[in-house]
Write a protein that binds this ligand. Structure first.
Ligand SMILES: [Zn+2]
Length: 353
């Protein structure tokens, strides 16, 4: 089954590396992901209000609107957790250990890949660390992320996509004899709200690409309180190979705004078909402005079908994850291990948000 998928991707073979490269070669894979809320969701960093930015509505429409923001960490962290849970579940992290005499790591109580944490306590060896990057907190140096993302923006104005939901908390105390004036409430993003985003993979191998794509397709919970709400469905609009970055999240959102508002004001009701319908025009307008070499995945539906089959077959999946682990390990041992001085280059890994 993996061969079928590999055959499909064979014509794009030169877009992938056979092993994790030492130097940047700007082989980009861009996955355009339309995120759709399927329940109420709370994209806040803290407190009761949504994260909002005032921005130009479209590329053509210069009106200002307030847009709900989904910060990049809010997009990526749940997907990383999906992937790590899978690797843990299929036991491909347990066997991962670097042998090439890492004295420093040993001295500082090296974190085992099975114990690796996204925030602090990174092992520095597992595919998650090597692909999504990690900061210099342990004795393992640091690693730049090769999955690049930005904040995502909702297409419509805040007022069209938000509801303030009061929490039905019963007031236990009555201060000064006046019944509870402190009504707790929270701003929620409504269901069926859309956010076009792109995830850019830089200089990845084929197993790394399939791993990131699987994480995107399998992750369904985002935002605060994601155990109770925040169901998000990720629709893949397109996959592109290039030597430059083709899409930006804000531009995608603004192009969608222009397309949807072309006739009159942007409608209050939007569904997936509106977004799918406008995509070919937005895609070709964007690609038409690119300076660089670009290729598109023509058989997208077939590819996604292949990926679904792959993730249903435990044996094939395990061998993919083993290969992924082998590549990370090889990279750590043969490239990173010999390249320690370069690690002093401080990490740009996501400490923000
Ligand atoms: Zn790790």
């Amino acid at each position: 089954m993996l061969e079928q998928l590999t055959t499909l991707l064979n014509e794009h073979q030169d877009a992938f590396h056979s092993q994790v490269p030492r130097y940047r070669q700007n082989r980009y894979v861009q996955i355009v992901v339309l995120r759709e809320t399927k329940s109420h969701a709370i994209f806040t960093t803290e407190g009761q209000t949504l994260d909002v930015e005032r921005l130009q509505a479209g590329l053509l429409s210069r009106k200002q609107i307030d847009r709900v923001v989904m910060y990049k960490r809010k997009q990526i962290a749940p997907e990383r957790r999906t992937g790590k849970a899978l690797m843990r579940d299929l036991g491909t992290l347990g066997t991962l250990q670097v042998s090439s005499g890492k004295k420093a790591a040993k001295a500082t109580k090296a974190i085992q890949p099975s114990e690796c944490q996204i925030m602090g306590g990174s092992c520095g060896i597992c595919p998650d660390c090597i692909l999504y990057g990690f900061a210099a907190t342990t004795g393992n140096g640091s690693q730049r992320a090769r999955v690049l993302t930005d904040s995502g923006f909702v297409v419509r104005d805040l007022r069209q996509v938000m509801r303030h939901i009061k929490l039905n908390a019963i007031q236990d105390t009555i201060a000064g004899g006046i019944a509870g004036s402190a009504f707790a409430g929270r701003e929620n993003v409504l269901p069926q709200v859309f956010m076009p985003t792109v995830e850019t993979l830089l200089d990845v191998t084929l197993p790394e690409f399939l791993y990131v794509l699987g994480n995107i397709l399998k992750t369904t919970r985002y935002g605060a309180e994601s155990n109770r709400e925040g169901f998000v469905r990720n629709h893949i609009l397109g996959i592109y190979w290039s030597d430059v970055e083709l899409f930006s999240n804000l531009e995608l959102t603004q192009r969608y705004y222009d397309a949807l508002a072309a006739e009159q004001d942007i409608p209050d009701y939007l569904d997936l078909q509106h977004f799918l319908g406008h995509w070919p025009a937005i895609e070709s307008a964007t690609l038409g402005q690119v300076t660089g070499r670009t290729r598109k995945m023509d058989n997208l539906a077939e590819l996604l079908e292949g990926v679904r089959n792959l993730y249903q077959d435990e044996n094939v999946l395990r061998s993919l994850l083993q290969e992924l682990a082998r590549q990370s390990k090889q990279y750590v041992e043969t490239v990173k291990g010999k390249d320690k001085e370069a690690d002093s280059d401080s990490s740009e890994e996501d400490a923000e948000e």
